[in-house]
Design a protein around this ligand. Structure first.
Ligand code: ZN
Length: 407
């Protein structure tokens, strides 16, 4: 492997982590590649800025932050540092930086339109023709595949996989802290340094020393509140569903042969119901969606005009929590009677998330505490608080929110 260090370390100021340090040339070049730079034009939290107006941060800053969390794991946890070869270290740093490369406009909203998980695009962008792929190949011909094997969990060194994608990983440590900072909420402010300090490699897996227990409990409680108060806030969801409705209407109109007054060349690949090429995919970002919405307002279609105008002018849908099918049906019928087409105006969303998952079949996914007497114990068997999160009805609540325009 050709692992070149920069002649002097580079870095970026960051309000969440203080400073993001870059030592390897391949990381520096990746940060400046066009596919990583594109992430500046994809908001990290989609519609959340409708509720928390300062949540304007991008997937780019989150990607840098995830890289920095992986870097700090190597720097702060002496156990991880000793366990990894230099090749492993550079592989995991690149995987952390690139883990969200395939996010579409407005992040998760876009997956409801293209129906392909962003991770598939991440892997395609790393492994197939792209600037990122060419930069990774300067390390070795096989390096793109090695980096993507960390992201798709097939890398033989499971410590690398756990660092980027597990229940306490570089991704979550960054986004909880970053989203808390940029929304102005305090729930997600996790003590990431203490958590990282507690990491220890035992039998080829990351465990957490007992000394980090309070910080780990705080991490899961913070995650619970962030999902409840921020990520699943009905008004944030509502804004994203306007985009979903609008793009679905556009796709249907194209497929029905509707005559548009404007052209939408870059959106046309979306109408084919297939995996997009790297070139087609990287043309898509939040700005394109806003620019298209402005043009949609000129088209001779009431539904497209209305949804585009709601998007541009931040006119949210309403939302109601329902637990009975009849209540849902009543809203649905009311909408239809008022002339709204439910394909574009009626959505049901879940409002809860599994905060910590005990997975007896996959010990890699479990959090294990390394006790003072040298044993490893699964987290929910050790922490009463996490046990309550797992067994209580906190994550089992089947609340559904129905989102629709006021009528
Ligand atoms: Zn991420």
């Amino acid at each position: 492997m050709n692992l070149v260090k920069l002649s002097k370390n580079e870095g970026f100021l960051d309000p969440v982590h203080g400073f993001i340090n870059v030592e390897y040339k391949v990381v520096y070049d990746l940060i400046h590649s066009k596919e990583v730079q594109r992430l500046k034009h994809v908001k990290q939290l989609g519609g959340t800025m409708q509720v928390f107006p300062t949540a304007e941060h991008s997937r780019f800053t989150h990607s840098l932050g995830t890289y920095e969390m992986a870097r700090q794991m190597i720097e702060i946890s002496s156990s991880i540092k000793e366990y990894l070869s230099e090749e492993d270290k550079v592989t995991v740093l690149c995987a952390a930086l690139l883990h969200d490369l395939g996010h579409g406009p407005f992040s998760h909203a876009f997956e409801m339109v293209n129906l392909i998980h962003h991770e598939k695009y991440t892997l395609q962008l790393i492994e197939e023709d792209s600037e990122v792929n060419r930069i990774l190949k300067t390390v070795s011909e096989d390096f793109p595949r090695l980096v993507s094997s960390v992201i798709n969990h097939t890398h033989p060194n499971k410590v690398l996989v756990q660092m980027v994608s597990s229940q306490i990983d570089a991704d979550r440590l960054d986004y909880l802290s970053r989203d808390a900072y940029f929304t102005g909420t305090k729930y997600g402010l996790v003590e990431y340094k203490r958590i990282i300090r507690a990491m220890k490699v035992i039998d080829g897996k990351i465990c957490f020393k007992e000394s980090g227990l309070s910080s780990i409990e705080n991490f899961f409680v913070g995650r619970y509140h962030m999902y409840k108060q921020v990520y699943y806030h009905p008004r944030s969801l509502s804004y994203e569903l306007i985009i979903v409705g609008m793009l679905r209407r556009f796709i249907d109109l194209v497929n029905e042969g509707f005559k548009f007054v404007n052209s939408y060349e870059l959106l046309i690949p979306l109408t084919k119901n297939k995996m997009l090429t790297n070139k087609e995919y990287t043309e898509l970002d939040d700005h394109l969606i806003y620019a298209s919405a402005r043009k949609f307002m000129d088209e001779d279609d009431k539904t497209l005009n209305d949804l585009a105008s709601r998007l541009i002018n931040s006119i949210s849908f309403s939302s109601t929590f329902v637990d009975k099918e009849e209540a849902k049906q009543e809203i649905y019928e009311g909408l239809v009677n008022k002339g709204f087409d439910p394909r574009y105006y009626f959505f049901t969303n879940k409002t809860s998330q599994i905060i910590y998952k005990k997975d007896n079949n996959d010990s890699l996914k479990e959090i294990n505490i390394y006790t003072k007497d040298g044993k490893t114990v699964e987290l929910s068997k050790y922490s009463v608080l996490v046990k309550a999160l797992v067994e209580g009805n906190i994550y089992n609540d089947n609340n559904k929110v129905v989102i629709y325009p006021t009528f």
